[in-house]
Design a protein around this ligand. Structure first.
Ligand SMILES: Cc1cc2nc3c(=O)[nH]c(=O)nc-3n(C[C@H](O)[C@H](O)[C@H](O)COP(=O)(O)O)c2cc1C
Length: 374
């Protein structure tokens, strides 16, 4: 039998496990319609909020590229380069909720079998702000959104009660998730920031609040490089820059490390993996660690804005890989490598007896000299 790419995640049926993540590829109705026509199993809308959004005066995203035969890294467009990462300081959608609401309805009407997830974001500093989460959640689900993704991870918020500032506070993560769950009739996913010491702590907060899934990673905090000639940051406004978010190939291994922590801590929970996915071999890492879906941003932005070739290759790559290994469904390989990530002391070394996890040998016993026979 041919491999089945369809899967069920948080109770929702997906034709395939690949979604466009919340970002420019999903900022408009026309983009989302094109994305579904191209074959994406799901789409997470660009984050919708209730507060005013005004972006910086200049480009919001640029791409850092390396030159294969040198160590040169630069955002300057030049031939013969390879993508290193995306860098952005774009805020959430600048379109209000009443712009989004009828569009959510129209998209679902046109694509009833595809999964449309509404990404939402509000503050958390007052009861009124918490009610904003409920307003957003109810409006999106009433228009037909299949799930809600809570943006607890936008790295560009000055407000202390928003975005990744919520995601860094496990209690706030819990409270916000619970407030949304109180009104939600659809699954609620919590998108956490990778910018904390131990993401397992915040994920626990999300699950305590009732989250149906945890999503990771949003972009990693970072700066653009300084041009050695002009001494200006390669992205700046009036010479000034603020920390932005790194995405694309550079964050694949970083995001996988976060995901391994998450799936090991909560092996029975649902996870959606994001970060650096451009082809199936990348997504496979997330699945083998235990993710049930995978999301893509940077690679899609660079492929006709919504990734028609990216999704074609993901689907072809998944089919070919499953055929090669004799897998029928994603469940045949989901989590197969979750338990291969262990503490350093569990890794075999040539002389295991002489290594005590980095600690000194027990006091009061003769030290074992190398090569001696006691
Ligand atoms: C320009 C840009 C805008 C983004 N906007 C949002 C957003 O509004 N909400 C959100 O949750 N994530 C946002 N993200 C983060 C992406 O959804 C994704 O988590 C991140 O880029 C990592 O995936 P990638 O390596 O495939 O790019 C944005 C990313 C970029 C590059």
């Amino acid at each position: 039998m041919a491999p089945q790419l369809g899967t069920t995640f948080t109770g929702l049926r997906f034709e395939n496990p690949f979604l466009l993540s919340s970002a420019p590829p999903t900022e408009s109705e026309s983009n989302i319609m094109r994305a579904f026509d191209a074959g994406w199993g799901g789409v997470v809308t660009k984050t919708i909020g209730l507060h005013p959004v005004v972006n910086v005066d200049g480009p919001k995203t640029k791409f850092l590229r390396s030159t294969p035969d040198s160590a040169h890294l630069s955002m300057q467009k030049r031939p013969g380069t390879a993508l290193h990462s995306s860098w952005n300081w774009e805020l959430i959608s600048d379109k209000p909720l009443d712009w989004w609401a009828p569009r959510i309805a129209r998209i679902k009407l046109a694509h009833p079998t595809r999964v449309l997830v509404a990404s939402i974001m509000a503050g958390s500093g007052s009861d009124e702000e918490l009610r904003h989460w409920q307003t957003l959640a109810k409006a999106c689900q009433d228009e037909g959104a299949d799930a809600l993704e809570l943006n607890l991870s936008c790295p560009h918020m000055d407000r202390k009660d928003m975005g990744s500032n919520i995601g860094k506070d496990t209690e706030l993560v819990s409270v916000v998730t619970e407030v949304v769950k109180d009104v939600a009739r659809v699954p609620v996913w919590a998108k956490l920031t990778p910018s904390t010491t131990d993401i397992v702590v915040e994920a626990r907060g999300a699950f305590l609040g009732g989250a149906d899934a945890v999503v990771s990673s949003n972009t990693f905090p970072s700066l653009p490089l300084i041009d050695p000639e002009t001494l200006e940051f390669e992205m700046n406004v009036d010479g000034l820059v603020s920390p932005g978010g790194l995405g694309g190939p550079a964050i694949l291994p970083l995001s996988l490390a976060k995901m391994a922590q998450l799936t090991q801590a909560f092996p029975d929970k649902s996870f959606s993996g994001i970060g650096g996915i451009a082809e199936f071999s990348h997504a496979l890492n997330y699945f083998l660690l235990g993710c049930g879906t995978a999301q893509v941003c940077t690679a899609a932005m660079l492929d006709h804005a919504i990734g028609p070739n990216v999704i074609r290759n993901l689907l072809a790559g998944m089919t070919a890989t499953m055929e090669r290994h004799g897998w029928q469904t994603l469940e045949d390989f989901r989590g197969l490598r979750r338990d291969r990530v262990v503490t350093h002391s569990k890794i075999r070394r040539p002389d295991a007896k002489r290594y005590h996890g980095g600690y000194d040998e027990a006091e009061g016993y003769a030290a074992e000299a190398a090569g001696t026979d006691r």
